[in-house]
Design a protein around this ligand. Structure first.
Ligand SMILES: Cc1cc2nc3c(=O)[nH]c(=O)nc-3n(C[C@H](O)[C@H](O)[C@H](O)COP(=O)(O)OP(=O)(O)OC[C@H]3O[C@@H](n4cnc5c(N)ncnc54)[C@H](O)[C@@H]3O)c2cc1C
Length: 434
């Protein structure tokens, strides 16, 4: 009877268990090769271990970080966040003005804000890190009858949806809040005291640190270069550090989201649009504490930032594109609007080198796109915040996590934010965009 060599070795207890010789983990790769050999044999072989994750999030800005936090909160911790930069916050999050407001015109944006502002008010306690939420309010100032009708209709809608503290302000009330404002043409306005500001970087870090404490992994310096799809199902994410096997990808790539979607063969109508902010030098001729004030005649708005004032204005001549350099000619344009509404601001010093620009991620109807990609199973969008990504980050992270894990969310009717709305002609027009 012939007995195989393997059987003989097993009988005498010498089954040739392969011995691990080495682990090859090149610094620029996240795949590990394990090299084995058989005892007493020159035979060696290598196994390449591909990384896997239940969910891969592309982008670690405030939105990707919130998705990671909300997935982990719901017990999904085998999550890998990929970020091409060496640090978080290098995209739009680090450029934001940090404004948060419930004063919107559409029910869905009001609902997203209500949840998010409640969340910011207890962020430090719940997340364990500071959000620096300051409830200094937003004050919209109307200069014609159309503005008044618009603000009053919005106020009714906001109150009906539970934002009960929005108030109508007469011209003299507005003057009391910011006595330096030129109010001769201001007919009234709305004020919501729980609107205000957060520190976007701190919120982003808080979400991510909390998620990482629960097991979520973050790979910095890792650019997503491709997404492999097989039979319309997500299969692999390719990066500058190797491949990750996964069935679920959340696109949180901000202004670059359309490029990431295209890697998986999906269409996403998100366009970058430059936005510029100008801080003044220390300026004490305005109150130490006052709300974000919006001049509806021009769109100029401003708030206090430390010892100075932060000036913002949406230049209607700006055109889409990945332009992140600050255009110094913007200083004169914004100062003209500033001095016209707040004459003392003509005396404020401005150093153009301290001004900056970043990208809004715009959609055709100025509402976010949150939900699954119709043609790629396992691909989810959480994009296109059109200037509201910081303030809506708690709600959008929660809704995206709900959709990934349960297929629906009881926070809002998420189907309204699906990308299909553009093809179906069901656009949601938000006119309260700053
Ligand atoms: C000047 C300015 C003022 C603003 N003011 C406000 C405000 O007052 N209130 C408000 O709510 N919002 C404001 N916004 C908008 C807000 O900043 C954004 O909506 C928000 O930061 C979007 O967050 P995000 O995480 O989606 O995007 P980002 O912060 O841009 O994060 C996306 C990340 O994806 C990464 N990424 C992209 N492609 C890849 C890839 N291929 N591989 C790996 N990583 C990738 C990027 O590096 C980036 O870190 C402002 C924006 C600007 C520019």
């Amino acid at each position: 009877m012939l007995i195989s060599r393997k059987k003989i070795l097993r009988r005498i207890g010498l089954f040739p268990v392969p011995i691990l010789l080495s682990v090859i983990a090149p610094s620029q790769s996240r795949t590990h090769s394990l090299c084995f050999t058989f005892p007493g044999s020159s035979l060696t072989f290598a196994l390449t271990m591909v990384e896997t994750a239940d969910v891969v999030i592309i982008g670690s800005g405030i939105v990707g970080s919130s998705v990671a936090y909300h997935l982990a909160q719901q017990g999904c911790t085998n999550v890998l966040v990929l970020e091409r930069e060496a640090h978080q916050g290098k995209g739009s999050t680090g450029k934001s003005m940090g404004g948060v407001r419930a004063q919107f015109s559409t029910p869905i944006n009001i609902q997203m804000s209500k949840y998010s502002i409640d969340f910011f008010s207890k962020f430090d306690e719940v997340v364990g890190h500071p959000a620096d939420y300051r409830a200094h309010g937003y004050l919209f100032c109307a200069t014609n009858e159309k503005h008044i009708a618009y603000l009053q209709a919005n106020m009714e809608r906001q109150r009906a949806l539970g934002v009960t503290n929005v108030e109508w302000m007469a011209q003299e009330d507005i003057s009391k809040i910011v006595p330096q404002l030129r109010v001769d043409d201001i007919l009234g306005g709305t004020f919501c005291p729980t609107d205000g500001f957060v520190d976007p970087h701190s919120v982003m870090m808080g979400f991510m640190l909390n998620a990482r404490e629960k097991g979520v992994r973050l790979w910095l310096d890792t650019t997503v270069t491709g997404i492999e799809v097989e039979n319309s199902q997500i299969k692999t994410v390719n990066t500058s550090r190797g491949s990750i096997s996964t069935k679920v990808v959340v696109n949180a790539a901000g202004a670059w989201a359309a490029q990431v979607a295209a890697m998986a063969g999906a269409e996403l109508p998100v366009e970058p649009l430059r936005r510029q902010l100008v801080p003044t030098e220390p300026f004490d001729r305005l109150p130490q504490r006052f709300p974000m004030v919006i001049d509806m005649s021009t769109g100029f708005h401003f708030r206090r930032e430390g010892k100075g004032i932060l000036l913002a204005w949406n230049d209607p001549k700006e055109t889409p594109g990945f332009k992140t350099g600050f255009d110094t000619s913007f200083v004169e344009k914004i100062l003209t609007h500033a001095a016209s509404r707040v004459p003392v601001l003509a005396e404020a010093g401005v150093n153009p080198r301290r001004a900056w620009a970043g990208l809004y991620e715009m959609t055709p109807d100025h509402h976010a796109i949150i939900g699954p990609a119709p043609n790629v199973q396992g691909l989810y969008f959480v994009n296109g915040f059109s200037g509201h990504g910081v303030m809506h980050s708690p709600a959008s992270g929660r809704v995206a996590a709900d959709l990934v894990l349960k297929g629906h969310s009881d926070l809002i009717d998420a189907t309204q934010l699906g990308v299909e709305r553009f093809k179906e002609g069901k656009l949601l027009e938000e006119t309260a965009v700053l």
